[in-house]
Ligand binder design. Structure first.
Ligand SMILES: Cc1ncc(COP(=O)(O)O)c(C=O)c1O
Length: 303
C-alpha cells in the first residue's frame, strides 16, 4: 500500500504507553495468565447506583441532543459548587469548561496556551501524556527531575526560560502518589508570580489521600493565583466513571473561551447523558467516594 507522509507533529508522538501496556495485560488475561493490572488509573468499582440512574433517566427524558460547548448550565453550576466546597475556590460558570475527560481538558489547555517554540515544564516522573501535549502544537516539554519524587523550587527556576508558558503539576501524583505540601506549593507560587507563568494543576486524584496527607488546590493558596492557574479535575477516578468521559477545569474566562472555541471544532459538545450523570455525581451522596477510598487504603496497606 502506498503510504503518505503524515504531519511531523503526529510522526513525533508515540501511543500512550498506559494503553499499550493495558492492551498487553488484557491479552495475557484472555490467554488465562494471572496478571495484576496496575496500569490504568481506573477504579475496579462500578459507578454508584444513583449516578447510573441519573444517566438512564437522562435518556428517558430525551436529554440526547447537542449541548452548550462548555457544558450544560446545571453542570457548570455544580462544578462551581464543588470547587467552593472541596477546594475553597470561587469560580463562576464562565470560568468553567467541561470536556471528554480530564485528558481532553489538559490537551485543550496546553494547545490554547502553548504554540510553536513555547515550553511547558513537566516534573518527572510524570503521567505519560503531559510531555506529548505541547509537542502536538509544535511546543516542547522541559523535563525537571525530582529528588526522591519531591521537586526543588531551585531546579524548577533553573528550567524557566523566556519561552516558558506553563508548568504542569499533579498532586496527588500519578505515578508516585506524592502529595505536595502547602510549603512546596507556596514555593512554586512565588516562582509563578515572579516569572508570570501559568500553572496547569491536575488534581484528579484529590480524593485518594492516605496516612494523613492533605490536598491543597494550587489556586486556593492566594487570591492572586487564580489568574495564573488552570485547575483540572474530573469524575473518572473519584466516582469510578472512567467510561462517562467527563473532565473539567476552572480557569480565567479568556482562556476558557478559547478552549471552548477549540473544542467546538474538535468534538462540539460533550456527551449530554454523561453531563447529567456528572451533576448527580458532584451534588448527590458522597458516601460511595469514602467507601472506595477506604477500600483502596486497605489494599494499599496489604501490598
Ligand atoms: C494524572 C492523570 N490526569 C488525568 C487523567 C485523565 O483522566 P480522564 O481523562 O479519565 O478524566 C489520568 C488518567 O489516567 C491521570 O492519571
Amino acid at each position: 500500500m502506498e503510504k503518505f507522509a503524515l504531519s511531523g507533529y503526529v510522526e513525533a508522538i508515540e501511543p500512550s504507553t498506559t494503553f499499550v501496556i493495558d492492551a498487553k495485560v488484557k491479552e495475557l488475561q484472555k490467554q488465562g495468565v494471572k496478571v495484576y493490572n496496575f496500569c490504568l488509573g481506573e477504579p475496579d468499582f462500578t459507578a454508584p447506583g444513583n449516578i447510573k440512574s441519573a444517566a438512564i433517566k437522562a435518556i428517558v427524558d430525551n436529554k440526547t441532543r447537542y449541548t452548550q460547548i462548555r457544558g450544560v448550565p446545571e453542570l457548570l453550576e455544580a462544578i462551581c459548587e464543588k470547587f467552593k466546597k472541596d477546594n475553597n475556590l470561587f469560580y463562576n460558570p464562565k470560568e468553567i469548561i467541561v470536556s471528554n475527560g480530564a485528558k481532553q481538558i489538559l490537551y485543550l489547555a496546553v494547545r490554547t496556551i502553548c504554540g510553536v517554540g513555547d515550553e511547558v515544564i513537566v516534573l518527572a516522573p510524570y503521567w505519560v501524556s503531559y510531555p506529548t501535549m505541547p509537542k502536538l502544537g509544535g511546543g516542547a516539554p522541559v523535563i525537571v527531575k525530582t529528588d526522591n519524587f519531591r521537586f526543588s523550587a531551585k531546579d524548577v527556576e533553573k528550567a524557566i526560560t523566556k519561552k516558558t508558558k506553563a508548568i504542569i503539576i499533579n498532586s496527588p501524583n500519578n505515578p508516585t502518589s506524592i502529595v505536595w505540601t502547602r510549603k512546596e506549593l507556596e514555593e512554586l507560587a512565588n516562582l509563578v508570580l515572579k516569572y508570570k507563568i501559568l500553572v496547569i494543576s491536575d488534581e484528579i486524584y484529590e480524593k485518594f489521600l492516605y496516612s494523613g496527607a492533605k490536598h491543597f488546590s494550587f489556586a486556593s493558596l492566594d487570591p492572586k493565583l487564580k489568574d495564573y492557574a488552570i485547575t483540572v479535575n474530573g469524575v473518572s477516578k473519584t466516582y469510578a466513571m472512567t467510561g462517562f468521559r467527563i473532565g473539567y477545569c476552572g480557569a480565567p474566562d479568556y482562556i476558557v473561551e478559547k478552549m471552548a472555541e477549540l473544542q467546538s471544532h474538535v468534538s462540539s459538545s460533550i456527551c449530554s447523558i454523561s453531563q447529567v450523570a456528572a451533576v448527580e455525581a458532584l451534588l448527590g451522596e458522597q458516601e460511595s467516594v469514602q467507601k472506595m477510598a477506604a477500600e483502596f487504603d486497605a489494599r494499599r496497606r496489604f501490598v
